[in-house]
Design a protein around this ligand. Sequence first.
Ligand SMILES: N[C@@H](CCC(=O)N[C@@H](CS)C(=O)NCC(=O)O)C(=O)O
Length: 98
Amino acid sequence: MKLYVCWGTFQVPLGREHPCRDALLALEEAGFKPEVVKTHSFGAVPRALQTPKRKLVEDATGSSWVPALETDQGEWISGSGEIAAWASENKKAEPATP
Ligand SMILES: N[C@@H](CCC(=O)N[C@@H](CS)C(=O)NCC(=O)O)C(=O)O
């Protein structure tokens, strides 16, 4: 799976939430290890000036804003809350203990 993010998944100062980081942590918590794809640019930039990765996200989700998740099944989920909900619904099973 691929998690499309802005410029990274770093923590931001002053306790402000960073949606791309929240999405990654929710996926990791659910046992996934997504490939993180940096799209750069910014969601509000006009399409003509967007990066190819932002255009890909917009074509798939209808919005150039990130975070956006592309699952291994080719499903796209847009938004950190939606990605977190998907992660908890599709949690990977714990490996059986010997
Ligand atoms: N409600 C959205 C907000 C997304 C959001 O604010 N994303 C940050 C990046 S982490 C942003 O600045 N988005 C503009 C962009 O870069 O697309 C969510 O939680 O997913």
